[in-house]
Design a protein around this ligand. Structure first.
Ligand code: ATR
Length: 283
């Protein structure tokens, strides 16, 4: 769709940013809803991050997404942020408020939970123990979202045990760090298993995890989406577990930003999934 001189502007700030799927994703919605707007990639050198973000309103941007490697540093580049962002340790969305201040928040947890809820009607984190693999930024967002949704037990399994213990201590509540060597046993009695590591992603090592101890009623979610059906999801599916792929998290995390910048709450549809999947296949 062509745009006019009055087009609303947003984009994604990163370094490099060429890998980002966000322009294709938001571009699909702009087209779908016939919005006079543009969403562009904005490559910013790390030393310029704060100045670039602070300049967004001057350039007429309604806001932006923030991707690697800036998700943590962007927290210090905005004027205000959602209190929970501090606990998550990062933001991925910035909105220019009517008062002229730049407001940052993270939509990763929203994307994660909305993906599970839309795939599994009645999903409830309080239903039983969850096992989360990983202790990086993605795992942090996942665990925070599970706690907010009422999780009563989160088993955090990570290769580097200190990272799991540190994160468990920081997030508090029912989060417990577990050694990587004990990951197969940690699945006993779990109702949810989430892979929040990069294992199983194209070009990365495989995730070695026997699922024998996982109850058949448990849900398995991989945040990796290249390939869409990871070996973990394939193994879980073949033994009868319900599985949720990681593409939905990517798509749903984009919803709140789009709505704030362009004024329409966009839908995650099969058409959108197909369009974003096509960009993944091309790379
Ligand atoms: P992100 O912010 O995307 O979560 P990250 O902070 O680099 O990325 O975290 C990657 C996660 O994958 C970590 O939990 C990492 O484990 P470590 O904390 O021990 O580094 C995990 N990971 C990466 N490669 C791994 C491997 N070969 N075996 C086990 N875990 C791995």
């Amino acid at each position: 769709m062509s745009i006019t001189g009055a087009a609303k502007l947003a984009g994604v700030v990163g370094w490099p940013v060429a890998h980002s799927r966000s322009p294709a994703l938001h571009g699909y919605w702009l087209n779908e809803y016939k919005i006079d707007g543009a969403y562009v990639p904005v490559p910013i050198r790390p030393e310029n991050l704060r100045r670039a973000i602070q300049a967004m309103p001057l350039l007429g941007f309604a806001g932006c997404n923030v991707t690697v490697p800036f998700k943590e540093d962007a927290l210090r580049a905005v004027d205000d942020y959602e209190p929970i962002s501090k606990r998550i340790g990062s933001i991925n969305t910035i909105v220019l408020r009517p008062n002229g201040r730049l407001f940052g928040f993270s939509t990763d947890g929203y994307g994660f939970l909305t993906n599970l809820r839309s795939s599994l009607v009645g999903f409830n984190a309080a239903a039983g123990p969850a096992v989360v693999l990983g202790a990086g930024g993605a795992a942090r967002a996942v665990v925070t979202a599970l706690l907010d949704d009422g999780a009563t037990e989160v088993r955090l399994v990570n290769r580097t045990p200190e990272r799991a213990t540190k994160l468990a201590k920081e997030l508090g509540g029912p989060v417990r760090g577990i050694a990587w060597e004990s990951r197969a046993e940690a699945l006993s009695g779990a109702m949810l298993l989430v892979n929040a590591t990069s294992l199983g992603m194209e070009g990365q090592p495989a995730l070695e995890l026997p699922l024998d101890n996982l109850p058949h009623e448990a849900v398995v979610n991989d945040i990796v989406y290249v390939p869409l059906e990871t070996p973990l999801l394939a193994a879980a599916r073949s033994r009868g577990n319900r599985v949720v792929d990681g593409l939905g998290m990517l798509l749903y995390q984009a919803q709140p930003g789009f709505e704030a910048w362009f004024g329409v709450k966009p839908e995650v549809t099969q058409g959108l999934r197909d369009a974003v999947l096509a960009t993944l296949k091309r790379s």
